[in-house]
Ligand binder design. Structure first.
Ligand code: ADP
Length: 281
């Protein structure tokens, strides 16, 4: 590990003091190598992630309340889907609670914005993944004035209190904001229009949203500044290079799981007696 990263991902990617407008989205902060060393490393590290996640799951099966929640935020084409497929896809699906949050349904609209979020929280032992999240309620909602300012403004503090509650209950929250450049987004959208296997990912409104890029940058900046807490910090992922964003998020998850310092659950039966019984069976 040490030879691949000059600074550990958890330090190199911290959001503290980041100005999004100055961010180099093609950078690979803290990583010494390039794609040719990053890809084989990613394969090794997803195996490590998978082993750690199995331990989390095993503890959950034994009644432990610990869980990990990965919150993925990013503009269209930033690569959230690739993280779910390539990083989360490397672990045992039994231990994954995945939830994607789109435009609220009529039923969701009748409730507080955290209602659908609370329903989707990971249970003990699960690795939860939010593909978009409660942060949409201070991003798209703010950019498009979907509710008045007086309504979204208090949400930053409310979200902080909500995440405090979550972490107090044993959930480690890993929040990542993925950023691509406007040019990179254009080329990814172009690819979606050129390749039949990608048409399904294209949404004509993604092109309209490009006009709101500065407003989104401002909303993302406010989100990073106002919800970057010690108990649920933000990580900023330059995402023009897919191999890097996948590797970086894998490292963040490994770190979160290692910090839990889990052991395999102890046997709740007499091992020697069970061995003897098995031989006679
Ligand atoms: P994706 O674009 O991530 O593949 P969808 O096609 O389901 O997934 O689109 C999600 C859309 O839902 C995004 O445009 C997002 O801004 C919007 N959305 C998510 N949460 C909210 C919300 N709370 N209020 C309004 N729009 C939301």
């Amino acid at each position: 590990m040490a030879k691949h990263w000059s600074i550990p991902a958890v330090e190199a990617l911290r959001a503290d003091g980041v100005r999004i407008e100055d961010l180099d989205t093609s950078a690979t902060p803290g990583f010494r190598g390039d794609k040719s060393s990053g890809l084989p490393l990613l394969a090794q590290r997803t195996t490590v992630l998978s082993d750690l996640q199995e331990k989390l799951y095993a503890n959950g099966r034994s009644g432990d309340k610990c869980s990990v929640l990965l919150v993925l935020q990013g503009m269209d084409t930033a690569g959230k889907g690739g993280i779910v497929r390539h990083v989360i896809g490397s672990v045992d699906p039994q231990g994954v609670d995945h939830a994607a949050f789109g435009v609220p349904t009529p039923e969701e609209q009748r409730h507080h914005y955290l209602w659908r979020i609370r329903k989707a929280l990971p249970r003990g032992g699960q690795l939860g993944v939010f593909d978009r999240s409660h942060y949409e309620d201070v991003l798209v909602v703010r950019v498009h004035d979907l509710v008045p300012r007086a309504e979204w403004e208090p949400r930053y503090d409310e979200i902080n209190a909500f995440e405090r509650e979550l972490t107090d209950e044993g959930t480690t929250v890993v929040k990542v904001a993925m950023f691509v450049s406007l040019d990179e987004q254009k080329s990814r959208l172009r690819e979606r229009l050129e390749r039949p296997d990608k048409y399904w990912k294209f949404n004509p409104s993604d092109i309209d949203e490009r006009a709101f890029w500065p407003a989104y940058q401002e909303a993302y900046q406010a989100m990073l500044e106002r919800t970057n807490t010690p108990y649920a910090p933000w990580y900023v992922i330059p995402a023009d290079r897919k191999w890097f964003s996948r590797l970086a998020i894998t490292e963040l998850l490994i770190e979160a799981l290692e910090t839990l310092d889990l052991d395999w659950p102890k046997a709740t039966f007499d091992i020697e007696a069970e061995k003897r019984r098995l031989e006679k069976a």
